[in-house]
Design a protein around this ligand. Structure first.
Ligand SMILES: C[S@@+](CC[C@H](N)C(=O)[O-])C[C@H]1O[C@@H](n2cnc3c(N)ncnc32)[C@H](O)[C@@H]1O
Length: 325
């Protein structure tokens, strides 16, 4: 094993030691030999779920911690980075605007950014860079009425509302009312007035666009939550896939003709990603695959895009887009 691999494994073990739940993982990990392949550091079922593009570098990144990413909401990323550096008393180059993602800024892992006055005043939100890339790849045209059907605490709702602008709006729904309450707070802080929060599941109403950011087994978030690597089972992947298919069936009829349906997960398993996309297209002839924007060196060859953690040094996720004809 190379030196930098060892450092990454050490970092995981250090993280692991912070949680009783993970203590067992630490002990298991002690059994690794110096020349163990990287695949042996992840659950044994995982490799068979990855796409053919997955590389050794992807494993190395998955086994390391990501920076903390934020998204500037009103001012330029450069000025937000400078202000945050001052407020947190960090070294001059510790907070840096991304060269590739329009509003992304990287901060040292575990920076207490939520304590900064610029966070309290809504200058930025905490949002992973890969998560930010999702809507940049969808590139919704300003205007239109969208539904964020699995809005959670609204990471993507806020970004979508900003991209749609004052001519567009977002209805945000999630079965967890506590998450919607948090979303309402974040929307106020961001001074976004084009978000409507819906506590009842939308029915019999049509939208120009629907985002189904589905619940998933979560392997794309393992860098941030290493204990999930141990907790996630192959059975949970197949359970998630069943719910994902049901959610697409539920929301597909609410897309207006000519409208867009976006499906995404923070899973790296093709069963929850490409598999769901091809089953959906097979069973919904009223929808056609709609290519995502070719940006960031990524392109959609017909089945969606997997953003691996390596690509932006963030989380992993999958996104695909369909048009109702
Ligand atoms: C991946 S998270 C969404 C994250 C959120 N979009 C964001 O960007 O922060 C999936 C969400 O789906 C919600 N969910 C679970 N079951 C659902 C259902 N049957 N219908 C709609 N949402 C559901 C969960 O409560 C969870 O908030």
């Amino acid at each position: 094993m190379r030196d930098d691999d060892e450092k990454r494994v050490e970092a995981i073990l250090q993280l692991a030691s912070q949680s009783a739940d993970i203590a067992a993982m630490r002990e298991d990990s002690m059994d690794f030999q110096a020349d163990d392949p990287l695949e042996s550091l992840v659950p044994s079922w995982f490799a068979a779920h990855l796409t053919s593009e997955w590389t050794a570098e992807d494993y190395r990144t998955l086994l390391s911690r990501p920076p903390l990413w934020i998204r500037s909401q009103r001012s330029s990323p450069k000025s937000v980075a400078e202000q945050l550096t001052r407020e947190l008393g960090l070294e001059p180059q510790a907070v840096v605007a991304s060269q590739v993602m329009p509003h992304a800024i990287s901060c040292p892992t575990d920076s207490p950014v939520h304590t900064a006055p610029s966070y309290q005043s809504g200058q930025f939100e905490i949002q992973d860079i890969s998560s930010q890339s999702l809507l940049e790849l969808v590139y919704p045209t300003p205007k239109g009425h969208w539904l964020d059907a699995c809005a959670g605490a609204g990471g993507k709702t806020l970004q979508l509302a900003a991209l749609l602008g004052s001519q567009g709006s977002v209805t945000a729904y999630d079965p967890r009312s506590s998450a919607l309450a948090e979303l309402a707070k974040r929307a106020r802080r961001a001074q976004l007035s084009n978000i409507e929060i819906e506590t009842r599941k939308p029915e019999q109403v049509l939208f120009d666009g629907i985002l189904v950011d589905a619940p998933c087994s979560g392997s794309g978030t393992w860098r941030r939550h290493p204990y999930l690597m141990r907790q996630t089972t192959e059975a949970s992947v197949f359970e998630a896939a069943q719910l994902q298919a049901e959610l697409l069936d539920t929301y597909a009829p609410l897309v207006a003709i000519g409208g867009t349906l976006v499906y995404s997960t923070c899973s790296l398993s093709r069963h929850e990603n490409e598999g769901i996309v091809s089953d959906f297209l097979d069973s919904h002839s009223e929808f056609a695959w709609q290519p995502l924007a070719s940006r960031f060196g990524l392109s959609d060859s017909g089945n969606g895009i997997t953003v691996t953690p390596r690509i932006f040094d963030g989380d992993g996720l999958f996104v695909a887009s369909f048009k109702r004809q």
